[in-house]
Design a protein around this ligand. Structure first.
Ligand code: NFA
Length: 102
């Protein structure tokens, strides 16, 4: 039986550059109209925060203009942004959610 040429140990010789998938910050933007309670409920419902953390992040967005809700791979970040914006529009609030590369 013929032997195949020795291709070496792939794990030792082939060192493909692999990068971790880019991460994205999902952020909320402040506005003058969305009720604070609605923002807290969004942070609890879509980002798994307890009331204390959700209130802290909401107040940060309210006073600083923007705040990070979570950091995710692109597909998950895109889904969160779409879900939050759809939910806010359904409730007739102008709350804006967006993503930024981390
Ligand atoms: N600024 C809004 C208000 O005073 C509350 C708010 C907080 C809105 C965080 C959007 C994001 N009702």
């Amino acid at each position: 039986e013929r032997k195949q040429p020795d291709q070496g140990l792939a794990l030792e010789e082939a060192r493909p550059k692999i990068k971790p998938p880019p991460q994205y910050q999902v952020v909320l933007l402040n506005d003058d109209y969305t009720p604070m309670e609605f923002v807290v409920e969004v942070l609890e419902g879509f980002f798994g925060m307890d009331r204390e953390k959700a209130t802290r992040i909401m107040l940060h967005v309210h006073t600083r203009g923007k705040g990070v809700c979570g950091i995710y791979p692109r597909d998950i970040a895109e889904t969160k942004v779409a879900q939050v914006n759809d939910y806010s529009r359904q409730h007739k609030h102008p709350l804006l959610c967006a993503m930024e590369q981390a």
